[in-house]
Write a protein that binds this ligand. Structure first.
Ligand SMILES: C[S@@+](CC[C@H](N)C(=O)[O-])C[C@H]1O[C@@H](n2cnc3c(N)ncnc32)[C@H](O)[C@@H]1O
Length: 190
């Protein structure tokens, strides 16, 4: 397991907005090492980490990140994108969904948005804060966002001091092209 460049950029966005985090309900999906979720919890958010129910090793990595960062009580659940499982049904309404580098296989894009759409039914004001590494110019979320009644705002990296090769002493972003997206329900005013 690996901290992906996107995770460092999303963590920087969270740090920039840290004063808005205390008390917020935050769910990280496809969390892996969980850098953004761990940071959100350290900033006072009520965080639930998740990764695929079919990848128990990844869920174990989430738990180890909690232990190593002195957050032993943080909830970790198995959520596979596109599956309406008991654990998804049982989740309380969320304010923010974090998703770092989850848009990497185009065949998964709609499953991810299905899970987000389900959570939008619980709280229409929930926002998906996601970082996306541009790997192919052919991939686009636009048509799927339209289909699922969602809108997307691109946040320029310079708006949160992330337009550099290294962020917070991490050189991971390097020369990768990473985009910061805030996705919300189209009928809600952002
Ligand atoms: C590129 S890694 C990103 C990990 C972490 N968010 C980061 O940026 O460091 C993709 C993550 O998505 C998870 N994942 C892959 N397929 C999934 C699925 N169908 N449902 C839920 N999680 C999935 C993987 O286990 C992995 O943790």
């Amino acid at each position: 397991m690996y901290v992906w460049p996107c995770a460092v950029v999303l963590a920087q966005y969270l740090w920039f907005h840290r004063r808005s985090l205390p008390g917020k309900a935050v769910l990280e999906i496809g969390a892996g090492v969980s850098l953004p979720g761990i940071l959100a919890a350290k900033c006072g958010a009520k965080v639930i980490l998740s990764d695929s129910l079919e990848l128990p090793y990844c869920l174990e990595i989430c738990r180890q990140s909690c232990q190593m960062n002195n957050l032993p009580c943080m909830q970790v659940v198995g959520l596979t994108w596109g599956h309406i499982s008991q654990d998804l049904l049982a989740l309380p309404p969320q304010d923010i969904i974090l998703a770092s580098d989850v848009f990497f296989e185009p065949e998964d894009f709609e499953d991810i948005l299905t899970t987000v759409y389900f959570l939008m039914q619980k709280n229409p004001k929930v926002q998906l804060w996601s970082t996306y590494q541009v790997r192919s110019a052919d991939w686009s979320l636009e048509a799927l966002l339209y289909k699922w009644d969602m809108k997307c705002v691109h946040i320029p990296l310079e708006a949160f001091d992330a337009d550099k090769d290294d962020i917070a002493e991490s050189v991971l972003p390097g020369r990768h092209t990473v985009e910061m997206l805030v996705i919300s329900f189209a009928k809600d005013s952002l």
